[in-house]
Design a protein around this ligand. Sequence first.
Ligand code: SF4
Length: 572
Amino acid sequence: WDLGAPKVDPLEPENVFMFLTGPLPGLGAPCMRSVIAFKSPLTLTYCDSYHGGFLGAEIKYAGYDGIVIHGRADSPVYLYIEDDRVEVRDAAHLWGLDTEQVYHALYSEIGGDRFEIACIGPAGENLVRFALVDCSYHRQSGRGGGGAVMGSKNLKAIVVRGTHRLRVAEPERFRAAVRQAYADLETAPGALDFRRYATLSGIVDDSEKGILPTFNYQQASFEHAANLLGVVYEERIWLRNAACMGCSIACSKMGAIRRGKHKGTICDNVEFETTGTMGSNLGFTKAEDLQYASHLCDILGLDTMSTGVTIAFATEAYKRGILSRDDLDGIELDWGTADAVHTMIKKIARREGIGDLLAEGVKRVSERLGGEALKIAMHTKGLETPGYEPRGMPGHALGYATGDRGGDHERSYMVHYEARGALWQGRPVDPFAREGKAEIQIHTQNITAGNDTLILCHFANEVGIETAIKMLNAATGFNLTEEDLFTVGERVWNITRLFNLREGFTRADDDLPVRVKEEPLPDPRVKGQRISQKDLDDMLDDYYRLRGWDENGVPTEEKLAALGIAARPDRG
Ligand code: SF4
């Protein structure tokens, strides 16, 4: 809010780009991540995007809470930080390299792998609006186009090494809280499931529940879902687990494609979201094909989710005659055509031919094509829709509509309540009801945002909030309660709302894709479900009222005063 000027073009030097760490990384607390923050070139909203790995801890060890990058270098550079030694170094020799090549080049240049690295691939250099930032060898900040912002600054990489010791306010209490956190994780069934199957154990279940995006969200179940389960990767691709710093879950995998034309490709694991947006959504029937598509995105520096949804859009547009074969440079896109998708991924990263158009993301492409294209464009505020079909989950859909960085599953996750039977305040939730969903959505958004300030991995939910607060208080000397963390989350939602209002967003932008509003789902459990404009308006009215915002979604003076927030969009 303070560092960035209003309405700045995200790809101009005035946009501010930050690597931030939170209070706990590097101290031995489990499952700590770090975050990048910037104004998004994809959505033009505020955006933060989290990554695992080791970078946040290393920034702390170097003596910093964060790195704030302004301006633009005249030519490609990388930022070298070794404690107090900070240098902007020439990166001409790195420009054009994919992310794996950057790691290898920098490791040999700076001497071994004692440094933590974050870098962009060719997609970031080419200002693809959904380019990612790759950290600690394939832990990605994927959403919102942070890689393009780095590319716009001619910043290919940052390299960090720190040697300082970190201290906590109350060491004994901190150690006890950390022990409790590890104990929580060791026995939690969810953690064990992540360790064995990463995020890929629920694909068939989601398909049966009618929440798995398929064929550009034309349906919500996929007959080949079982081919994309974790157990298939376990048997055919994964070789060992890998973990972010101090994480005993170790949900990440390293593996190798061992059959087919991409045999021999060393890779990490496909995530659930990649499966929902790029697997079933593109009709992939073989794990190896999806694995290779994901690998291409990793090394070229593309968000798999936006890439999958964008290519799914192009596929449907081609099948409906909105795009011609010539438009697609002769590529025969169809559901399940892995080679065509792999080629398209490379074209997007290089902005080559049709890739130059698709690199703009679904919103801009559909607006350029107009007409029927607008009806099949799956995005909210420009962010391509996540790997959960929302029509059978109206509360979850409300989260997409109100998402501060666009429609998003990471900001609030109502899938547990609306598709998996979790109780809300001891009561079952009617999955298809509209009434009462705003209250659950707000609670979930606030608690998630509060939790994100820690910055605890979302897969580590089994670390109870009570234990997380004990770690925070012992590390910092604060005396916060769960209620305080909830209020922190509420402040976050109000401040990001003010940011987006200042950028010109209005109630009309709290919208859902046309398909979600107008096309009923065909799948058995959710047959006939859609979220009409009236449904959305009713839920938004509830949501704004319960948030203490006016009917246009603007936080009231009373609400801001109660939260201790001074700025209003009309005051700056
Ligand atoms: S659960 Fe997975 S993503 Fe989360 S911190 Fe652990 S290894 Fe990293």
